[in-house]
Ligand binder design. Structure first.
Ligand code: GSY
Length: 179
């Protein structure tokens, strides 16, 4: 008899700033939910956020989803890449517009530093468009620097334009993923 697979709690950031942004987020969530080895635990609200980095582009919708999975980080990364491709993402400009972006933010306590995959996501602690939705679903401990997520958000307050755009509980079919 096979042993139970090790399960990890993982946080994935989602972002979209082309076309029907909300439908790209929802299609990505549906695909994540349909994966037999991934269970969605909680979804954040959806936030509208000013672009960070390459600023000559439209506003994003961002959210974060907490999942539990028996996949390895590499396997989950493969799946997120496939999902981006399937939903029409092309990588024309490195920091440019995208139909859907899926970033593995945290994967249990894994620390991975590979050219193609870095976990925790290297820029996440400086980005309110990640941290504010993360706070809706986060059940982990303190962050690097021994600060809480709320303290880190307060430190960055006002640095990025970000508004709560839609409560996830009002999204038909996703009510079951509300905190
Ligand atoms: O890293 C994700 C892609 N991205 C985003 C994003 O998702 N939201 C905002 N507000 N700015 C961004 N710049 C990049 S690159």
């Amino acid at each position: 008899m096979g042993r139970n697979k090790h399960m990890s709690d993982v946080y994935i950031g989602l972002g979209s700033n082309i076309g029907c942004r909300e439908s790209y987020l929802l299609k990505a969530l549906e695909r994540i939910d349909a994966h037999p080895a991934i269970q969605i635990l909680r979804c954040s609200d959806i936030y509208e956020t000013e672009p960070v980095g390459y600023v000559e582009q439209d506003a994003f919708l961002n959210m974060v989803v907490a999942v539990r999975t028996g996949l390895s980080p590499e396997e989950l990364f493969e799946f997120t890449q496939q999902t981006e491709k399937l939903l029409g993402r092309t990588r024309d400009i490195r920091w440019g517009p995208r139909t859907i972006d899926l970033d593995i933010l945290l994967f249990g306590n894994e620390q991975i530093r590979q050219p193609h995959l870095e976990i925790p996501h290297p820029r996440m602690w400086d980005r309110l468009f990640v941290l504010i939705p993360l706070a809706d679903v986060y059940e982990g401990g303190r962050l690097p620097g021994n600060v809480t997520l709320e303290e880190r958000i307060n430190q960055l307050e006002g640095k990025e334009g970000i508004v709560r755009w839609k409560e996830i509980r009002s999204r038909k079919g996703l009510e079951r993923f509300v905190n």
